[in-house]
Write a protein that binds this ligand. Structure first.
Ligand SMILES: Cc1ncc(COP(=O)(O)O)c(C=O)c1O
Length: 366
């Protein structure tokens, strides 16, 4: 079976630049908080048009440290989506706060902005919006609600580097934006990595201290922090890849448009809402015949993945929150029907055609 995301095909297109970047780090022998991390932070600031960028060890840490820096903790509630990767929820729990779920929009699979207000209480400190699959959440409506109640807006943009809504890049719209550079992410390194961005210098400074054992350096510790630094090797790789991110996102969009052309009307294809720029970190279709499609693709040697088979509110790990089946019908339905097909910038167009034909053939039998 082919890999779901062929990371090697991208590596080969930039191999020389990557090897040169790696050699530069090895020659400098400076591996932690050196010039590549600093330069990468500057480059991301410019790219996203934000005042501050702090590189950390993973997307999970970006979320965790962001919530901690905002002073969110025990007794606080964070309103979020049940249709995400578990790390979004873990971060809320790490700081001692309680996740409060809101059902999703059936078209973008992101938090339904019209349902947020009814979940806000005197304990609500933040809305944590996720841009799932690379599709921007409705930040305009969500920000209006957050501003009305004077609560923080945090963006989990782990799957959406370069995505835009209303002409602004996601991650730069809320109080804090969090990114993951996990290898298969649309901007991915060769290990773990993450970043927090914000226009608030005070928050950025807190995160800078938190990522480095609560210290500004010199073995003086202001607070109990963490070891959560992006390393120089990963930063040097990300600096090479950042130069190509617009091209990569455009290629993803081109391949997504091809899938749409072949599959629309036969399955539910992803929606790009007006005024938004979807980066298709994942290309996910929906069909009541999801499992049959998946089985047939497997027989043909085509990988596909169910992101995500069980919404967060039904996960055993957080059963103590007391949610039950039926609480968020849209998220539950989507989890039963969703299927992500192979997509990456370098996927050959013939492969998109072939995968689509296999799906159409499968559907002919029902
Ligand atoms: C939506 C979302 N949030 C958070 C994360 C966590 O990122 P990381 O794996 O870099 O810790 C991921 C990715 O894994 C993700 O997809």
């Amino acid at each position: 079976m082919k890999p779901f995301v062929d990371l090697k095909s991208q590596y080969l297109t930039i191999k020389e630049e990557i090897l040169e970047a790696l050699e530069g780090v090895l020659e400098s022998s400076q591996y932690i908080l050196g010039k590549n991390v600093k330069a990468f932070e500057e480059e991301v600031k410019n790219y996203l048009d934000v005042k501050e960028a702090v590189a950390v060890a993973s997307g999970t840490d970006a979320l965790h440290l962001a919530l901690k820096a905002l002073g969110i903790g025990k007794g606080d509630e964070v309103v979020t989506t049940p249709f995400t990767f578990f790390a979004t929820i873990e971060a809320i729990l790490y700081v001692g706060a309680t996740p409060v779920f809101v059902d999703i929009d059936g078209e973008t699979y992101n938090i339904n902005p019209d349902l947020i207000e009814e979940k806000i209480t005197s304990n609500t400190k933040a809305v944590l919006a996720v841009h799932i699959f690379g599709a921007p959440a409705d930040m305009i409506k969500i920000k209006t609600v957050a501003d009305k109640y004077g609560i923080y807006l945090v963006e989990d943009a782990a799957q959406a580097f370069g995505a835009m809504i209303g002409g602004r890049k996601v991650g730069s719209i809320g109080d804090v934006g969090c990114f993951s550079f996990y290898p298969s992410k649309n901007l991915g390194c060769f290990g773990d990595g993450g970043m927090v961005v914000t226009n608030n210098s005070e928050i950025a400074e807190k995160i800078r201290i938190l990522r480095n054992h609560g210290s500004r350096g010199g073995y003086i510790h202001e607070t109990v922090g963490f070891n959560s630094r992006l390393d120089e090797i990963q930063a040097s790789i990300l600096r090479v890849k950042l130069k190509y991110i617009d091209k990569y996102n455009e290629l993803r969009r081109k391949k997504a448009a091809l899938y749409n052309q072949y599959l629309s009307g036969k399955v539910i294809t992803p929606k790009e809402k007006e005024g938004s720029y979807h980066v298709y970190h994942l290309y996910s279709i929906r069909s009541p015949l999801r499992d049959k499609i998946r089985d047939l693709l497997k027989v043909q040697g085509i990988p596909s993945v169910v992101y995500y088979p069980l919404p967060m509110h039904l996960q055993k790990a957080i059963s103590f929150l007391g949610y039950k089946e039926g609480d968020f019908p849209v998220a539950e339905q989507v989890s039963k029907e969703i299927l992500s097909l192979p997509i990456y910038p370098e996927i050959p167009e013939e492969e998109v055609f072939y995968i689509s034909q296999c799906i159409l053939k499968c559907l002919e039998n029902f």
